[in-house]
Design a protein around this ligand. Structure first.
Ligand SMILES: [Zn+2]
Ligand SMILES: [Zn+2]
Length: 386
């Protein structure tokens, strides 16, 4: 009988091949084709082209109508890899700097194991989604009927987490990842000679005032026990030392967990922008994009997952959510479930996610695989009634 350990060399080779051939969001053609080929080879029903390059592998056993979904993301980042690894990216400027290559390998391994052992009663939907890194691949899959075509009682996703020790699993009920908003503000005047400022509304001085005011929103408009971040990250204006520019663009991001806090921040940002612009004799335009909602775990699903994780890893309740964002949020809007962090800590000073020196830790492949399998075998237990 083949064991999980026997699967690992093949999975590590598969992971490293994907690592060497990374693809950006909605361009994961080679990756998706390789996954589809592997899933078909072990007898799964495979449905491709869901949400662009997304695919679902379906494994049924027994007669129970119960079903769970397990998600892995497939896309890489626009970063130039600097790991020096023998399997480093062959594509200049594209890099698996978030470990999605490892997520794919863990989920494929779970499919390989479960297709063989079938120690469950029901349906497992293996969801491989495109474009997690800012382009909303999960939203596209949900919009194309993911959960209508492949109904799930629960859906789970694992993400490697460098801040946690390898072999640790952590999650929490309620918010686990932040909502991500992007704002772009344009202040417009008429421009003019820098030596005659009383004739020209000063868009740069207005922008400077506005940036200071925006930084007061979280401190002064949000209750102290709530959490939020507002960061101004870009200012663009001007081209000469003696010209007052006609236009300034201010760009930034807002991160929150509570939609009411998110509403307050957007409203105050709009009021301040219009107020400052008017006081300087400028006009203003605001593009405020709520591109990822907060990732909110179902309390029961998070508790179940932690209890099940304790059987295969060191399971711990995460004390606080992270302000980074995750488009699995869209799947959790459509289906109950939970997002779990899988510790991959490689010691102090090891590169964080999205760093050019980062690499997925192959030592945690087995833990992730076992966790997927344990979720299926516990929640679709062969001895339980539907
Ligand atoms: Zn990422
Ligand atoms: Zn990621």
């Amino acid at each position: 009988m083949t064991t999980i350990d026997d699967l690992l060399p093949g999975l590590i080779a598969f992971r490293r091949d994907i690592h060497a051939h990374p693809e950006l969001g909605f361009e994961e053609k080679r990756t998706a084709a390789a996954i589809a080929r592997e899933l078909r080879a072990i007898g799964l029903e495979v449905h491709e082209g869901i949400g662009g390059t997304g695919l679902v592998g379906v494994l049924k056993n027994g007669t129970s109508p119960r079903a769970i979904g397990l998600r892995a993301d497939m896309d890489a980042l626009s970063i130039h890899e600097q790991t020096g690894l023998p399997y480093a990216s062959c594509t200049h400027g594209v890099f698996h700097g978030c470990g999605h290559d490892g997520h794919v390998a863990m989920l494929l391994g779970a499919a390989q194991h479960l297709a063989r052992t079938k120690a469950f009663d029901g349906t497992v939907n293996f969801i491989f989604q495109p474009a997690e890194e800012g382009l909303g691949g999960a939203r596209e899959m949900v919009a194309e009927g993911l959960f209508e075509r492949f109904p799930c009682d629960r859906v789970f996703a694992l993400h490697n987490w460098p801040d946690l020790p390898a072999g640790t699993v952590a999650t929490r009920p309620g918010p686990i990842m932040g909502a991500a908003d992007k704002f772009e503000i344009v202040l417009t005047g008429k421009g003019g000679h820098a030596a005659i400022p009383h004739n020209t509304p000063d868009a740069i001085l207005a922008a400077s005032t506005l940036v200071t005011q925006l930084n007061s929103i979280v401190a002064r408009c949000i209750p102290a026990m709530s959490s939020a971040v507002l960061s101004v990250t870009q200012i663009h204006a001007g081209h000469a030392h003696n010209v007052l520019p006609a236009e300034v663009t201010i760009v930034g991001t807002v991160r929150t967990f509570d939609p009411a806090v998110q509403d307050t921040i957007e409203a105050r940002l709009r009021e301040m922008t219009h107020g400052v612009a008017a006081s300087f004799g400028l006009t203003s335009a605001i593009d405020y994009d709520r591109y990822y909602p907060a990732t909110i775990n179902d309390a029961d699903a998070a508790a179940e997952a932690l209890q099940i994780a304790a059987g295969v890893a060191t399971a711990q309740l995460a004390s606080e959510p992270a302000f980074t964002s995750e488009d699995f949020a869209f799947m959790l809007h459509a289906c109950k479930g939970a997002y779990l962090w899988l510790g991959q800590g490689c010691g102090p000073g090891s590169p964080p996610l999205h760093n050019p020196g980062y690499d997925f830790n192959d030592d945690i492949l087995a833990t992730g695989l076992r966790l997927h399998v344990a979720l299926v075998e516990a929640l679709l237990g062969a001895d339980e009634k539907a």
